[in-house]
Design a binder for this molecule. Structure first.
Ligand code: GLN
Length: 257
């Protein structure tokens, strides 16, 4: 296995930073980190995990992938303040050098421009041109499947399916600077109306899919690993994915696909 520069991938290490892993870990979102770790280690790729919590500074150059999971509104408030104070400048500079930034649900909302709850508007990091607001008390809950097109290299690659579970009170609206991550096949997506789910800007991705997301969508875990290591996904050694394929199929079926 070798990368574009001829160096073996075994000599590479994926450096991951988990933001607020204790506060932003609803629906076992931490499973996404485990999935990244296993798929790297099974291939002999190193895996280095750092946590960055409240009050801790963030080194923009020390990580290839930044991860922010989902959370309750009260925990999101705490994290939002801290993000703005001690981390958003670093996150923006990491995104500018094309590090991967992945936000799930509450994390997705915080990567956007704002999250409005009644009278209060929480300012987000602004990496994604989206805004989220609580509209009423009805939460958007259920199994969800979306179709995504991620390979911008050839432009016309077949769409792939991400399947998971959503549970959010916030409705997210995309601004002109954001593209949806995918098209809703089943479920609610960003707002239950637009047919769009998640958002993407370069290597910054936000989605409402829990599950956790990556164990149910192994292909997406590999896509993220490849992006973060700046290699083509075809350079990752194939793995025995029988269990992962079953998990994916079962999530698709649960969503009604
Ligand atoms: N608190 C947010 C909402 O309800 C996000 C919830 C979550 O992460 N599941 O919209």
């Amino acid at each position: 296995m070798s990368d574009a520069n001829g160096a073996t991938l075994g000599a590479r290490t994926l450096r991951v930073c988990a933001l607020y892993p204790d506060l932003m870990n609803i629906y076992a979102d931490r499973g996404n980190l485990l999935m990244l770790e296993r798929r790297c280690r099974w291939r002999g790729i190193g895996f280095d995990l750092t946590a960055s919590g409240l009050g801790e500074a963030l080194d923009a150059d020390a990580h290839d992938l930044f991860y922010l999971g989902g959370g309750q509104d009260r925990d999101q408030r705490l994290c939002a303040e801290d993000l703005l104070e001690s981390k958003s400048a670093s996150l923006r500079s990491a995104a500018a050098r094309e590090a991967v930034v992945l936000g799930v649900c509450g994390g997705y909302q915080l990567l956007g421009r704002s999250y409005t709850l009644g009278e209060q508007t929480i300012e987000g990091v602004g990496l994604l041109d989206v805004r989220t607001a609580r509209e009423d008390d009805r939460r958007l809950i259920g199994n969800v499947a979306i179709e995504v097109h991620l390979d911008d290299a050839d432009g016309d690659s077949a769409g792939r399916v991400l399947a998971g579970f959503e549970n959010h009170g916030g409705r997210t609206t995309l601004g002109e600077g954001a593209a949806p991550l995918g098209r809703v096949l089943r479920g609610h997506g960003n707002d239950g109306r637009s047919g769009c789910e998640g958002a993407r800007s370069g290597n910054t991705i936000g989605t409402y899919l829990h599950g956790p997301l990556l164990p149910k969508n192994a292909w997406f875990a590999d896509w993220l690993i490849a992006r973060a290591l700046a290699i083509d996904v075809s350079q990752l050694a194939p793995l025995d994915d029988r269990l992962e394929d079953e998990a994916h199929l079962s999530a698709r079926h649960a969503a009604g696909l």
